[in-house]
Design a protein around this ligand. Structure first.
Ligand code: GLU
Length: 437
């Protein structure tokens, strides 16, 4: 029988959940879900000065937003909390004592330090990078317990990963140099090693390590910019991993199904905002209509548009007409503002480019249009084509002012679809404002 896969995400609550952290969490989650294993969340809050519960909360919120649920942890009423290193102090001291008793570690005041043996070869058998060799002679002794009594990262992580039965340690490649130290501690404690897999670094478009200089780095910034969690999930999964083939749009389940550690790339991944936008747009298109409506609403609200008393069904229909326009939620919200309020149309467009001559020419068309027996896009379009032909007028000469009057925009969904959606009276009102009927 193979040992069940157990992975963990071990954030330090010293900042928000940033893209790199979310990427690591996601890959662990995927490996757990792919293999039917368990995903553990462990908050590494031993650095008491820099750790805050506020950051812990935002990290957890970010994970929830991305749908990265973990499988166990202390029960906190209805839910599993994360494990916290600060609640495990006693365990770290116990094993440190053991190493001192065995003569493998020594004290320096209240601190406990591991004596690195000389002349040992340490090979990190990395799932992604292959074998990486180190010599123990290049390493200094390793502090286990600091003089304030708290454990160091390299020590606590070993005690935790072993006692929590972690079988795969999947983390950023910035930890590669820590791994030989951790392997020495596993050896000293006579513990079996987990499998190590280091993930490629994420770079900005300028090929430098992704950082604040490149713009938004925390997951919440992306949420607030109107990206969908499923799109961020999809995008992050493709940073340094690929299922092979050209396809780029996947659901969570499809990714989990295809996920393999052997397909993780060694080469650093470049964070490409254009690609993120494209992926987001596809996920936005694929949303069920009412879900899309619920997600757009806060952005309409932020724009100060009136939502109260609006018919949900009708609004959702309006968004359907947008047919996938808009890469992000605020973009879609902005493109569709005229569904909520005619005021934004009149503010944007004063009728400046329709001259009197054109008005005279097309007014009869609109007068007849508003009398059409059947108020449907198809009937309107048929009528418009016939009218334009009979009067020797280009269809565009009618459609453009109509588009401006209904939307205040140069680009919009099909103008007769919009008219059908608005209904006869609202269409009349908007045309009348621009003196077209
Ligand atoms: N707390 C460490 C970090 O956030 C965890 C590293 C690890 O996964 O071992 O970088």
């Amino acid at each position: 029988m193979t040992t069940p896969v157990r992975v963990r995400f071990a954030p330090s609550p010293t900042g928000a959940l940033h893209i790199g952290g979310a990427h690591t969490a996601l890959f662990n989650w995927l490996w757990a879900r792919h293999s039917g294993g368990s995903f553990v969340l462990r908050v590494e809050d031993t650095d008491r000065e820099r750790s805050t519960t506020e950051y812990e909360k935002t990290i957890i919120e970010g994970m929830r937003w991305l749908g990265l649920d973990w499988d166990e942890g202390p029960y906190t009423g209805g839910d599993h909390g994360p494990y916290r290193q600060s609640e495990r102090q006693e365990i770290y001291h116990r094993y440190a004592e053991q190493l001192v008793a065995e003569g493998k570690a020594y004290r320096e005041g209240p601190a406990v330090i591991y004596r690195v043996p000389r002349g040992e070869r340490i090979t990190v058998e990395d799932k992604v990078y292959g074998d990486i060799d180190f010599e123990s002679d290049t390493l200094k002794d390793i502090v286990l317990i600091k003089s304030d009594g708290s454990p160091t990262y390299n020590y606590a992580v070993v005690v935790d990963d072993y006692t929590m039965n972690i079988t795969y340690v999947i983390r950023g490649e910035d930890h590669v140099l820590n791994t030989p130290k951790q392997i020495l501690l596993y050896r000293a404690l006579d513990w079996r090693l987990p499998v190590f897999a280091h993930l490629p670094m994420i770079l900005g478009p300028d090929k430098k390590k992704l950082s604040k200089r490149h713009g938004a780095t925390s997951v919440y910034e992306y949420r607030d910019m109107g990206y969908l969690p499923d799109a961020i999930f999809n995008f992050l999964a493709l940073l340094g991993w690929s299922p092979g083939g050209e396809r780029e749009i996947f659901t969570r389940d499809e990714i989990a199904e295809r996920f393999e550690l052997s397909r993780i790339a060694k080469r650093p991944a470049v964070f490409d905002t254009k690609k993120l936008d494209a992926i987001n747009q596809e996920h936005l298109k694929g949303l069920p209509r009412f879900e899309r409506l619920e997600m757009v609403k806060p952005f309409w609200e932020k724009m100060g548009l009136p939502l109260e008393g609006k018919n949900e069904e009708h609004l959702a229909d309006g968004l359907e007409l947008m047919e996938g326009r808009g890469r992000t939620l605020p973009e879609l919200a902005a493109y569709s503002d005229y569904f909520l309020d005619f005021g934004v149309v009149t503010e944007r467009y004063s009728g400046e480019d329709i001259d009197e001559e054109q008005r005279e020419e097309i007014r009869p068309f609109f007068a007849e249009l508003l009398q059409l027996e059947e108020w449907s896009a198809q009937a309107m379009e048929d009528f418009a084509r016939t009218w334009a032909r009979e009067h020797g007028v280009k269809l565009k000469r009618i459609a453009m002012p109509m588009r401006w009057a209904l939307t205040g925009r140069k680009v919009s969904p099909g103008i007769f679809n919009l008219a059908e959606h608005f209904g006869r009276e609202e269409t009349r009102r908007r045309l009348a404002h621009y003196d077209l009927v």
